[in-house]
Design a binder for this molecule. Sequence first.
Ligand SMILES: Cc1cc2nc3c(=O)[nH]c(=O)nc-3n(C[C@H](O)[C@H](O)[C@H](O)COP(=O)(O)O)c2cc1C
Length: 392
Amino acid sequence: MPPSEISDLFSLSDFVVQRPSPSQGAGLGPWTLQAHSFPRGGPLSEQLRFALGYALLAPSIRNTQPWRFHLRCHDDRRARLELRLDRSRVLAVADPDGRAATISCGAALTALTLALSQLGPIPHTLELLPSDDDDALLARIHVDTGAPAPAPLPPESQWMFQCLPKRRTLRGPMAARPISARLLERLQAVATRDGVSLHPLLPGDPRRAALVELIEEGEALQAADLAFQAELARWTLSPGAASEGRASGLRPDPGGRTFATIPTEAEGPAARPRPARGEDLSEGSPVMAILATERDTPRDWLRAGDALLRLLLRGRVDHVWASYFGQPLERPALRRRLAALLHELPEETLNTTPENTPNPLHPQVALRLGHGGEVPPSPRRALEDVLEQETA
Ligand SMILES: Cc1cc2nc3c(=O)[nH]c(=O)nc-3n(C[C@H](O)[C@H](O)[C@H](O)COP(=O)(O)O)c2cc1C
């Protein structure tokens, strides 16, 4: 997209970031980073630690932040950064295969590589799943500042980078105003790569009703599942959690909503939480969208995380926010029905194995997208808690 087109999509005043101050509570410090403080000319380890600060801001299932980083500087020019899945933070009930946790790590990885490409830029190469013997090792980044500098990021990606500290999950009401066709096209474009695709379900699309049914069914199953409820409770912060020092876990909205309830615009942000109802889900979701991959391996999950973050950041550039419908994805039988819905095929005819399916699509994330207002940030663990640094 030529810069002239970008400039009419963005306005500089949109980028006055509302930053929390660290004194607002434990866990909010990571949101205060500012690109102009990048230690240009400083030691490589300091520069990489700064870039890692952006990875901490990625979204993650229930805000579990299931990542660990390892940094080794070989000398003042070359370094190796590794990203691992922290299995102790994978949700045993909601996400037994670690699929959503790996998607979350994929989003953190993209935040990091965007930062490396924008700050400096710092020349680097990326390997996904570099070890056959160690499947928790999700990615390795080789940094060599002596290598030719990468091309500057295109303007659209620069704006997306700037939105990293501004992105939040908006579970509250969204404006009824539709997302323009042009913006939706951009969202699809940034999310479509490496076998990932974004499938918007707009008002009037008959598949929305089927999706709502799946969400409601999932919601009912989860409500009756004591193990699920116990796990959700463990990962849900009380409203005062920031001051209690908890730096991970889902932050309920001011109305007390956790993750499944959506008020309509008329109810306002302080509406009391209650189970999601079909008509609210549909009315409260200007766009429903499903991010899907052609295969269903950890590599695809990482790529889905990459696409998810790009989609969220590109949306945020134009004040589009998102929240998630995890219910149908967290139950294998419902996830298969969601795949059938995407294929517009009866479920019985859909064999989910890639070999037998002509054009398989595996749903990875189901979202609600729309315009909305500001949302306070959720806490994050500090870099020291997720980084192991080795000196050569
Ligand atoms: C793979 C994935 C799945 C998620 N599923 C849900 C969900 O089902 N319901 C929900 O409310 N939020 C969901 N989220 C959003 C997280 O709860 C959110 O990112 C986290 O609480 C941190 O808040 P933030 O996005 O505002 O920084 C999901 C996020 C990711 C990356």
